[in-house]
Design a binder for this molecule. Sequence first.
Ligand code: ARG
Length: 467
Amino acid sequence: MTVPPDSSSANQMWGGRFSAGPDAIMQAINASIGFDQRLYAQDIAGSRAHAAMLAAQGIISSKDADAIGEGLLAILSEIEAGKFPFTPELEDIHLNIEARLTERIGEAGKRLHTGRSRNDQVAVDFRLWTRDQCDQAIAGLTGLMRAFLAQAEAGADWVMPGFTHLQTAQPVTWGHHMLAYVEMLARDRSRFEDARRRMNECPLGAAALAGTSFPIDRHATAKALGFDRPTANSLDSVSDRDFALEFLAAASICAMHLSRFAEELVIWSSAQFRFVRLSDKWTTGSSIMPQKKNPDAAELLRAKLGRILGATVALFTVMKGLALTYSKDMQEDKEQVFDAADSLILGLAAMTGMVSDMTANREVLAAAAASGFSTATDLADWLVRALGLPFREAHHVTGTLVAMAEKQGCDLPDLTLPQMQSVHPGVTDEVFGVLGVENSVRSRISYGGTAPDQVRAQVARWKAALG
Ligand code: ARG
């Protein structure tokens, strides 16, 4: 005797055991279709690979597999045309698509779920989606690295103040500062590459948690979906969300870098600094103050880490303490990753635009580089080199000269030779050669230092690396 599913009261996918449908509030808290419909393409790809494998293994007929494959493609078009009837009664993207398939092709549709569970289904869908986001992040980062590199190449020898504690430290070059971000972004990129490599194992076929008694070929589905291999432990396969956490961790570090440069842009574009001019394309005006040009994109980018790190903390908190294997808690993973990925990809695009379109104010940078006794270290180093002073003594002599200049309201190169000799009699006029900012940066030739020649060498290295 066959018992027809009663779709009026209980869920049509598991109505057999149930005599009543869920409470409306239960449905509201349980359904994920509102957000996991974003996984439709991955869900269809996973199901197509699964159906083809089931037929190849003789588990379902080729006729049924063909009908399933075609039906799923038709559903794909339906979704992309905005014509798919998503329904919360069917909880999630997996059940929505499967039910629609059966509605379209009949009996064959009911065979798709053989040897599979929503637990391995959601694991594979979400991995495929996250893998794609890694690729997008890698591409976005490469574009942004190129933008910083172009700035570095143009301004390899432009001098600007280098800061520690946001206090003038030593003169550096614009190119050097830009290349600092290229280094950071390169590490970000390698983190996404690394995470991608590790996540590229296919959980499909782990079924609910224990594997399946059907003679499935997990290597075939892994290959069809572009994975390097199937995952090796079915329990781990359905309970693991490391791939999402790694993506979020890499995104957080990357967003932190974007936020730091955003902060520099906010400072640099202010009327008090005027180090850079941001393009009109990346700024906004004020509705009341006509003079204003606000760095809104930079400010928003500075804030994005809040969301991305928030998502990271949220997912760690969801996962901690979950006994193996799948628990419904894990349905709370997707919105976090979706939001973080959207924020990151948009942020990378916005930062790339801002960096490409910003103009460094060379004269202002040079003038700022020369103020704040920025060549005091050069002076101390000269006292060591030319007069043989121990560095600690040279530091003390220089400090006295800085105090003298400060008292007179002038910079170090404005002190006269007799004034300098009153602090240390050995000083000669050769000292003035090291007090200029151009000479200062030119002298920093140690590997990775700020000298224009070093900057040009690093630009060449990165250009070759980025192709
Ligand atoms: N919507 C679910 C999720 O996102 C799919 C997996 C459901 N599995 C289950 N056994 N209820 O996690």
